[in-house]
Ligand binder design. Structure first.
Ligand SMILES: C[S@@+](CC[C@H](N)C(=O)[O-])C[C@H]1O[C@@H](n2cnc3c(N)ncnc32)[C@H](O)[C@@H]1O
Length: 254
């Protein structure tokens, strides 16, 4: 049994210590594999002209960030695991990206002009301004497998922030674990009430896709007392995915 540092301030959430080990164990390979085709299909259908500014929250070692930057987008990726960001840099370099320093912030430039600005920090700090990051406006904001590590109040705060940072006509792609009949038994994760995240999107947003699926998974899990299982354990995840498009601004009336 091993102990890992837990993130303070939330419920019993998995902290960067857990994730650093996870990405170090991947030993130079992409820990999450390729971007999900279903997600890319949704994005391409919604934005056939492509996306310029992209924000990937809890983006891990960058399967989505690298995909979009390799196709010419400018991506900000935020992840609190330093090992994830290190792996992202190495995997980007394998795709021909080179690192530069822009005002003390690393930037990865891809051969076709795409780029990634990686931020090794908590997503709450990224939006709070406490780290001096200037948040811009994005065409696409992705959050894949992040919200279950935040409390419901943190999710509310974060969704408000990312809605504000979305350009009119831009989109949010959210994937989160929800409570089901068979709730994930990973105490470090905090599955949310199904529908509670979609409900944060009001009239200014159009839901274009949603799926709700339950699938088994087997991996090492952390128990409530902070210990980690020695062997993988089978449990199930209920996964909700949706895309919300922000309405274009209405022309001002006379
Ligand atoms: C399940 S992984 C998903 C990775 C990536 N989004 C993907 O789909 O390939 C969750 C990621 O969220 C990151 N994470 C968890 N809590 C975070 C927080 N509060 N701020 C920033 N990143 C966080 C972890 O370090 C991890 O890389």
């Amino acid at each position: 049994m091993k102990h890992f540092t837990q993130r303070q301030g939330g419920l019993n959430v998995l902290g960067p210590g857990y994730w650093n080990k996870f990405y170090n164990d991947a030993k130079g390979k992409s820990a999450w594999g390729n971007p999900t085709r279903l997600m890319l299909g949704w994005i391409q259908t919604a934005k056939p002209e492509g996306v310029n500014r992209v924000l990937d929250l809890g983006g891990g070692d960058g399967r989505y960030a690298i995909y979009f930057a390799a196709n010419g987008s400018h991506v900000d990726i935020v992840d609190s695991s330093k090992a994830a960001v290190k792996a992202l840099i190495r995997l980007s370099e394998e795709k021909g990206a080179t690192s530069t320093d822009v005002a003390g912030q690393k930037r990865l430039g891809f051969p076709n002009g795409g780029m990634i600005d990686p931020y090794a920090m908590d997503v709450m700090s990224y939006f709070s301004g406490s780290e001096g990051v200037e948040v811009t406006m994005f065409d696409l904001i992705l959050s894949s497998g992040l919200l279950e590590y935040l409390t419901p109040n943190e999710v509310k705060y974060l969704i408000t922030k990312l809605q504000t940072a979305t350009k009119p006509g831009g989109m949010n792609l959210i994937i989160y674990l929800a409570q089901g009949e068979e709730v994930s038994d990973i105490p470090g994760e905090h599955p949310h009430v199904a529908g509670s995240v979609e409900n944060l999107y009001g009239d200014e947003w159009k839901m274009i896709e949603t799926t709700d699926t339950t699938r088994p998974d087997t991996h090492i899990i952390m128990h409530y007392n902070g210990t980690v299982s020695d062997a993988p354990e089978t449990h199930s995840h209920r996964i909700i995915r949706f895309i919300a498009i922000k309405n274009e601004e209405l022309p001002a009336s006379d």
